[in-house]
Design a protein around this ligand. Structure first.
Ligand SMILES: [Zn+2]
Ligand SMILES: [Zn+2]
Ligand SMILES: [Zn+2]
Length: 432
């Protein structure tokens, strides 16, 4: 760790390696620690809405006079970010429309720049930490290797002016470290804002029954207890979306993080049946029909994901509706595959500025979400927020307030009572 953090210690957990546990009690909602990003990058899509340097969202940000593409609160933020922004400022102008590094490439470039700066200042400690992050380079399959190779090529193409690159193998290791340890910074409605690495947070192991939750304040990560913890309890976060049944969760963990979870929920699979609920019918549905439909659902999810940034919204909505109809013959409305597609459909409706459609899907999603997710889940609070804000804009004031209050109850624990998202929400509720 960056130093020792009061109330926490590292330990070696059998089978999991380095781990983190508490040495004193922590109450529900209490902050365990906060951690500045070692390195971070704002998404290209969010430029102009957020300050590149501190991730403050506001109108009237000032733009970089050279590239006109980066935006800042003020001169102080701009100066603070220059060591990172200069990696891209002139290159973006020079390459014009051909400038297209992925967000991972942009983050890796920043990590390399930071390492170089620190070497010059003889601060070896942080470099060590990045070196300590797991890479799993030996587990990377061919498809991922090709992607990483393409990223390395883009890194050389767009960033060679400002960076000295380590050898090819070390670069591949760095890319796979970032893939395993990078965090997506999201807003209160879980929209993607950027990507960052937090060496201290990377120490925290996964569980499908997490004891803490990670939220973001600006570019810093904050870790809060989502249950009462006693001395010796391990600090555990969830790396994945916990909506899905055990097999799906572990496929995802193996694919992205190269391990299988052995938490109590993965052993007992106690919630799988509820998550895969089938329609009530007079004659029970044959197991084979159910397993075929699960296969269909997984395929539909993959196909939607692949089409998301390619097809027009009307076609995407049709894909959702079609698969919902197909699955609806076998699955209950609260089945997680149904919920997945309804969630996507709601997103498309929001994008198409169709509040009625979004509300219709949102209302169907909410109740099963509450049952299937853990008690303090950002997936649930963000759904209450979206729905609450839709109601407020749709002249359904009391329904809006009631949904926003429920979002607030979760966010006060997950984000802390003094987080600006909570303050903003409080203002939103009193204003309208
Ligand atoms: Zn700023
Ligand atoms: Zn610039
Ligand atoms: Zn598990």
């Amino acid at each position: 760790m960056t130093g020792s953090i009061e109330g926490l210690e590292r330990f070696d957990s059998p089978g999991k390696g380095r781990s983190l546990r508490v040495t004193r009690p922590f109450k529900l909602g209490e902050l365990l620690f906060s951690c500045p990003a070692y390195s971070y990058v704002l998404s290209y899509e969010e430029r102009g809405c957020y300050c590149e340097s501190c991730f403050t969202r506001k109108n009237g940000l000032a733009k970089c006079g050279k590239c006109h593409k980066a935006f800042y609160c003020n001169v102080k933020c701009q100066k603070g970010d220059w060591a990172m922004h200069k990696l891209e400022c002139s290159a973006m102008t020079a390459f014009g429309e051909n400038w297209c590094p992925s967000e991972t490439v942009r983050l890796v470039a920043r990590i390399l720049a930071k390492k170089k700066m620190q070497k010059e200042r003889c601060l070896s400690e942080k470099i060590l930490q990045i070196g300590e992050m797991q890479s799993h380079i030996e587990d990377v399959d061919n498809e991922k290797r090709e992607m990483n190779e393409a990223d390395v090529a883009r890194l050389h193409r767009f960033y060679s002016k400002h960076l000295d690159f380590p050898d090819h193998k070390d670069l591949l290791t760095l890319f796979s470290q970032v893939a395993c340890n990078g965090f997506t910074i999201e807003d209160d409605e879980l929209s993607h804002l950027g990507t960052a690495v937090y060496p201290d947070v990377a120490l925290i192991n996964h569980s499908c029954l997490p004891s803490v939750i990670v939220t973001f304040k600006g570019t810093s990560a904050e870790i809060r207890a989502v249950k009462n913890m006693k001395p010796g309890d391990e600090v555990l976060i969830s790396y994945i979306d916990l909506l899905y049944p055990t097999d799906d969760r572990n496929n995802r963990l193996r694919e992205s993080y190269y391990f299988t979870c052995d938490c109590q929920e993965c052993k007992s699979k106690s919630r799988d049946k509820t998550k895969l609920k089938v329609r009530k019918q007079r004659d029970p549905i044959e197991p084979e029909i159910i397993s075929n439909m699960v296969r269909y659902a997984r395929k539909a999810i993959r196909e939607f994901r692949a089409s998301k940034h390619i097809k027009p919204p009307s076609e995407l909505l049709e894909m959702c509706e079609q698969s919902l109809e197909e699955m609806g013959a076998v699955f209950d409305d609260s089945n997680v595959y149904m919920l997945h597609m309804m969630y996507q459909a709601m997103g498309v409706c929001l994008y198409m500025e169709d509040p009625e459609g979004a509300i219709r899907y949102g209302e169907k999603i909410l109740k099963p979400y509450k049952q299937l997710y853990p008690p303090y889940s950002l997936n649930v609070s963000s759904m209450y927020l979206k729905l609450g804000r839709l109601y407020m804009g749709w002249e359904k004031h009391s329904m809006g307030i009631s949904a926003l209050k429920k979002a607030m109850a979760i966010m006060e624990v997950a984000h802390g009572k003094d987080h600006y998202y909570v303050t903003e929400l409080r203002n939103e509720m009193t204003q309208k």
